[in-house]
Design a protein around this ligand. Sequence first.
Ligand SMILES: [Fe+2]
Length: 241
Amino acid sequence: MNRKTFLKAGSLTGAVSLLSGSNAFSQNMVDNDMDKLVDANGNYIQQPLPYAENFLEPYRDAETMHLHYTFHHGNAVKGANKDLSMIQKAMNDNNLETVDFWTKKLSYHFSSHVLHSIFWTNLTNKKTTPSGDLLKRIDKNFGSYDQLKALIAETSKNVDGNGWGIVAYQPCSDSLVVLQCENHEKLTQWGCIPLLVIDVWEHAYYLKYKNKRTDFVDALFNIINWDNAAQRLNTAVKLMK
Ligand SMILES: [Fe+2]
């Protein structure tokens, strides 16, 4: 199995990450309605930030953005490439003793790559609110936008250790769900497609908000790009039809 075939097989069981091509960030972030996470040779690649590092100030400071994007996301991409190569090496050497270790590492690093790639596009420098089909589904599945906001905020604030709050589309029930993810890869529900992700790793907020994760999550609602979440929903629903 070569690298490309391996990646293809992996993508069938891994997280699905989507974004409509009509998005303002499409030039940097998407390819054929999917987040561009992999190049033509099967190497994981990090796309440029879709805005300047100070674009989200005052809610997210430029220094945090620089460190977060360059080192935390960037190192996850490097790590995922190494993990994949080590699995391939083990297969080529016909010695699978280490694949348990590298498979766990790959899950961690690749999931970080997926979620960070979505996170950058989920943010903008103005306040937005859900509309259209997204709002209809929010009302149907959670009662109201305010109730979803309370649920995703509470879920994000209470992650044990580092992790993410996630609003996702669940194809089998044709509904929206809220997930609480630990690290980058734990506590998922298979098949769900992330639409909105909230990074509550300490690296996402500690320089500006110190130990006050609650303040950080509340502040994020000033810069969440609900239009991006709505486009991701449209793409996910279309793909699953
Ligand atoms: Fe992060």
